[in-house]
Design a protein around this ligand. Structure first.
Ligand SMILES: [Zn+2]
Length: 145
């Protein structure tokens, strides 16, 4: 995939179809997330709903729990970085901008906001009143829209 890419749909009918398809995919992801979370809860609580201490888990239980945790986090990250929602604001019904350095999709509004923030950062740096490199890197990654 190219470094920068914008997907804009102007036709209202197509926008509606796109948004509904995104909601189906997000809902499927949420359903999977819930299943994994519920499996994790089975490790955390006994049949009487008492919390089980991590110290009481067997190494095998701990391994299974960590695998579920990894799966849950991966599922969540895949959904957040997909074109189905903006990585920053989470809106699912916007035209999207792909930002390769972050391997994620951002709505055009958030991408433009990040891009405009870069101009403000440069002005502040010129006056020696700004030194947050990670913020600057993030903003700079949106330079070509
Ligand atoms: Zn956004």
């Amino acid at each position: 995939m190219r470094d920068k890419r914008i997907v804009i749909i102007k036709d209202l009918g197509l926008r509606k179809i796109r948004n509904e398809l995104r909601m189906v995919l997000i809902q499927a992801s949420n359903t999977e997330w819930d299943k994994i979370f519920n499996k994790m809860e089975e490790f955390r609580y006994d049949k009487d709903e008492n919390r089980i201490s991590l110290d009481d888990w067997t190494p095998s239980q701990l391994k299974q729990f960590r695998e579920l945790q990894y799966l849950k986090n991966g599922n969540e990250e895949i959904c957040r970085k997909s074109i189905c929602m903006c990585y920053t604001c989470g809106k699912p019904d916007q035209d999207m901008y792909y930002n390769h350095p972050y391997r994620a999709w951002f709505c055009v509004e958030c991408a433009n906001l990040a891009k405009s923030h870069q101009t403000r950062i440069k002005a502040k740096k010129a006056h020696g009143i700004y030194n947050c490199d990670s913020d600057e890197e993030f903003s700079h990654s949106f330079r070509v829209i």
